[in-house]
Design a protein around this ligand. Structure first.
Ligand SMILES: [Zn+2]
Length: 79
Protein backbone atom coordinates (compact mmCIF):
# COMPACT_ATOMS: atom_id res chain seq x y z
CA UNK A 1 0.00 0.00 0.00
CA UNK A 2 1.27 3.47 -0.84
CA UNK A 3 1.10 6.44 1.51
CA UNK A 4 -1.50 8.11 -0.71
CA UNK A 5 -3.74 5.05 -0.61
CA UNK A 6 -3.34 5.13 3.12
CA UNK A 7 -4.63 8.69 3.27
CA UNK A 8 -7.97 7.55 1.86
CA UNK A 9 -8.17 4.92 4.58
CA UNK A 10 -7.37 7.55 7.19
CA UNK A 11 -10.19 9.73 5.89
CA UNK A 12 -12.60 6.82 6.07
CA UNK A 13 -11.33 5.98 9.52
CA UNK A 14 -11.87 9.47 10.92
CA UNK A 15 -15.30 9.56 9.26
CA UNK A 16 -16.12 6.30 10.99
CA UNK A 17 -16.47 4.24 7.81
CA UNK A 18 -13.54 1.87 8.33
CA UNK A 19 -14.10 -1.86 8.60
CA UNK A 20 -11.76 -4.09 10.64
CA UNK A 21 -9.78 -4.94 7.50
CA UNK A 22 -9.04 -1.30 6.73
CA UNK A 23 -7.96 -0.68 10.30
CA UNK A 24 -5.59 -3.66 10.09
CA UNK A 25 -4.17 -2.25 6.84
CA UNK A 26 -3.62 1.07 8.57
CA UNK A 27 -1.83 -0.53 11.50
CA UNK A 28 0.33 -2.66 9.21
CA UNK A 29 1.39 0.41 7.30
CA UNK A 30 2.20 2.38 10.47
CA UNK A 31 4.61 -0.37 11.49
CA UNK A 32 6.71 0.25 8.38
CA UNK A 33 6.08 3.96 7.85
CA UNK A 34 6.61 6.27 10.80
CA UNK A 35 5.75 9.39 8.82
CA UNK A 36 2.23 8.07 8.18
CA UNK A 37 1.88 7.08 11.82
CA UNK A 38 2.80 10.63 12.83
CA UNK A 39 0.49 12.06 10.22
CA UNK A 40 -2.33 9.85 11.40
CA UNK A 41 -1.99 11.25 14.92
CA UNK A 42 -2.05 14.77 13.53
CA UNK A 43 -5.01 13.97 11.35
CA UNK A 44 -6.97 12.48 14.21
CA UNK A 45 -6.44 15.66 16.21
CA UNK A 46 -7.24 17.88 13.24
CA UNK A 47 -10.35 15.98 12.36
CA UNK A 48 -11.45 16.20 15.99
CA UNK A 49 -10.97 19.95 15.81
CA UNK A 50 -12.84 20.09 12.52
CA UNK A 51 -15.77 18.25 14.00
CA UNK A 52 -15.87 20.68 16.90
CA UNK A 53 -15.71 23.62 14.53
CA UNK A 54 -18.39 22.15 12.29
CA UNK A 55 -20.85 22.92 15.06
CA UNK A 56 -20.17 26.57 14.37
CA UNK A 57 -20.30 25.97 10.60
CA UNK A 58 -16.72 25.76 9.42
CA UNK A 59 -16.79 26.36 5.67
CA UNK A 60 -16.29 23.24 3.59
CA UNK A 61 -13.53 25.08 1.75
CA UNK A 62 -11.49 25.33 4.96
CA UNK A 63 -11.91 21.63 5.63
CA UNK A 64 -10.76 20.92 2.08
CA UNK A 65 -7.69 23.08 2.67
CA UNK A 66 -6.79 21.05 5.75
CA UNK A 67 -7.16 17.92 3.65
CA UNK A 68 -4.90 19.31 0.91
CA UNK A 69 -2.36 20.40 3.51
CA UNK A 70 -2.20 16.88 4.92
CA UNK A 71 -1.89 15.37 1.44
CA UNK A 72 1.01 17.74 0.73
CA UNK A 73 2.69 16.69 3.97
CA UNK A 74 2.54 13.06 2.88
CA UNK A 75 3.90 13.85 -0.57
CA UNK A 76 6.78 15.84 0.89
CA UNK A 77 7.68 13.15 3.38
CA UNK A 78 7.85 10.70 0.48
CA UNK A 79 10.38 12.67 -1.53
ZN1 LIG B 1 3.27 5.77 4.63
Amino acid sequence: MTCCELLDLICDYTDGYSGPEAIRDLEDHFKVCSSCAALFNTYKKTSHICRKLSKINIPEEVQNRVHIFLKDSINKSNT
